[in-house]
Write a protein that binds this ligand. Structure first.
Ligand code: NOJ
Ligand code: CA
Length: 579
């Protein structure tokens, strides 16, 4: 064969390469999608622990918990499996709403410690690999905040327009109160200012005017300040009210929302810290959830699932899971980069406002029958353990918390099943000091009179319910929750994967299957006080085996991919499919 000159051969090769890429004969690379980096989003999995420093651990004996006390307990939190601490407000405050009435956004309440104590806490948390997020409470300030003091003093003060005023009493002055029965109005006349000011919450919490660019600038400054001090993100307080367009003529029952405020906050916080998150407190209807997350995930990364929460309590109260399943389905479609935050109880009343009267009555009857246990015509002001009573039901509820689609959030004291003190006002009933041991004041403080009384009577008294006792008891709730947290870490399919509710053939049995890159989880919960048999179609091949992750016992999938099992009263099981 005649040899071709070398230059000609090289020329042909180049031409061929050029041609193949120009004509597209090779396949175009796939377009990247968010699923390609889902595993890098830290808030998809993990455990969040909400702490109120004031009532957690007092180290200087003044009766008030402090940052040094929290720092001392980091090892405890790490052992529990906590990956993120959410700090309740810790800034200077007249404390009329447990710190949600802030009088200086840029410092630490001196009762809780010094600035160095805070930095030390942040440093040590980071050493333990624990992130810290904090409340961002910028819907309102305290009426003692210097901005409001100046605003009410002088009409020509630059701070006047930082708040929302009306010359005449607005017609809707008593519409849209967040605390009905306690709060009388949302517009209150201020003698000093000679005008009415708007407050969605208590009258000592005047709303900031989010239509004022100077206020938005200040909010950005606050977020930047705390991000620079090491904060990993924010639990954004009262989001629907933060973004409502409030003025003298608006209807608080039908506000217009400015979602671009959240978009901007998201962008801004990520400019300063690339993996910073916003966790929104917004009790919204599923029809609105897309706006809150943003169509492409550009708003809140995380939202508390208040909607499903109410139906979960209805299911726990009645053993009827139909509405709860529907609520899960209704909250399923979220952007791939977003995530729900699930909780059982938080520091407020449990809000059952979206249930029908009959449904709410059913929950009241089972969990808060006495009117002293109910609050704001919509909820229950009790801790979880006394609400559910039955140890098996409490365990079921926590298994669900870790098993449901979303990020689990618990509040201090829940892990030991603390009780409530109904003699305290409103929501303070669920905010009593942490019970560490059987020592004086439950080991919280050596002070003669702690900031709030420690529960010392009844079945939930600190001599009975405390960390030390539960650490020594392998069957304690504390050890069970630690186990769930560990299990959840092993099962990242929950945070990353796709899920589906499977028919079980048994009305009170809920089965959820998660799939992530060939891995499968099957989590089954029995909401009834009776033993139940169930059958699910797993979509697995007949030769796959299941292993119960709690007991390490095997299960065999039938030839057609079906699985039949039994659960005791309030029983649950976490199956993983093995290869
Ligand atoms: C929501 C908080 O959860 C609640 O405790 C507080 O009273 C209001 N926002 C007002 O900040
Ligand atoms: Ca102290």
């Amino acid at each position: 064969m005649k040899k071709l000159p070398l230059l000609l051969v090289m020329g042909l090769l180049v031409a061929c390469q050029t041609n193949s890429s120009q004509t597209g004969s090779k396949q175009a690379p796939p377009t990247p999608t968010p699923t390609d980096f889902i595993e890098e989003l830290w808030y998809k999995n993990g455990l969040v622990y909400n702490v109120d420093v004031e009532v957690f651990n007092d180290t200087n004996g003044d009766g008030v918990g402090d940052f040094n006390g929290l720092t001392q307990r980091l090892g405890y939190l790490k052992a529990l499996g906590v990956e993120t601490i959410w700090l309740a407000p810790f800034q200077p405050t007249p404390n009329q709403d447990d710190g949600y009435d802030i009088s200086d956004f840029y410092s630490i309440d001196t009762r809780l410690g010094t600035s160095q104590d805070f930095d030390n806490f942040m440093r040590q948390s980071s050493q333990q690999g624990i992130r810290v997020i904090m409340d961002l409470v910028t819907n309102h300030t305290s009426d003692q905040h210097p901005w409001f003091r100046q605003a009410r003093q002088r009409k020509d003060s630059p701070y006047r327009s930082w708040y929302v005023w009306a010359k005449e009493q607005p017609t809707k002055w008593n519409k849209g109160m967040v605390f009905p029965g306690v709060q009388q109005a949302v517009w209150t006349f201020d003698k000093q200012a000679g005008e009415y000011y708007y407050h969605r919450f208590y009258e000592f919490q005047p709303d900031l005017n989010m239509q004022n660019p100077a206020v938005l600038r200040e909010m950005r400054k606050i977020t930047r300040y705390w991000l620079e001090r090491g904060i990993a993100g924010f639990r954004v307080d009262a989001v629907p009210f933060l973004i409502e367009v409030a003025n003298a003529d608006f209807d608080p029952d039908q506000p217009i929302h400015q979602f671009n405020i959240i978009t901007q906050l998201h962008q801004y916080s990520q400019w300063h810290k690339k993996d910073a998150v916003l966790l929104g407190e917004a009790n919204v209807d599923p029809a609105e959830q897309q706006d809150y997350f943003g169509k492409d995930g550009q708003n809140m990364q995380l939202l508390f699932n208040f909607y499903a929460n109410q139906y979960l309590f209805h299911a726990l109260a009645t053993s009827n899971i139909d509405k709860f399943e529907k609520a899960l389905e209704a909250t399923k479609m979220i952007p791939p980069t977003a995530q729900w935050a699930n909780f059982l109880r938080n520091h407020d009343e449990i809000d059952l406002g979206r249930l029908t009267n009959a449904e709410r009555r059913a929950v009241y009857e089972r969990m808060g029958p006495d009117t002293t246990m109910q609050l704001y015509d919509r909820g229950i002001r009790r801790r979880l353990a006394p609400m559910l009573g039955d140890k098996r039901l409490i365990e079921l509820a926590y298994s669900l918390l870790f098993a449901l689609p979303g990020l689990p959030v618990i509040r201090y004291g829940e892990e030991i099943g603390m009780g409530d003190d109904l003699s305290l006002q409103e929501r303070l009933s669920v905010r009593t000091p942490m019970q560490w041991s059987g020592a004086r004041n439950g080991g919280f403080s050596i002070a003669a009179k702690p900031i709030r009384p420690v529960i010392s009577q009844g079945p939930y008294r600190y001599t009975q319910v405390n960390v030390a006792a539960q650490q020594a008891d392998s069957s304690s709730l504390l050890n069970r929750i630690t186990q769930f947290a560990r299990l959840r870490r092993q099962c990242s399919e929950i945070g990353w994967g796709k899920w589906q509710i499977l028919p079980t053939g048994s009305a009170p049995v809920l089965a959820i299957r998660y799939n992530w890159q060939g891995r499968t989880l099957l989590l089954v919960h029995n909401f009834s006080a009776e033993q139940q048999s169930y059958q699910v179609s797993t979509s697995l091949n007949g030769n796959r085996k299941l292993v119960d992750l709690m007991t390490n016992t095997p299960g065999q999938v039938g030839a057609a991919g079906d699985y039949s099992g039994q659960l005791p009263a309030y029983g649950y099981t976490w199956f993983q499919a093995t290869q």
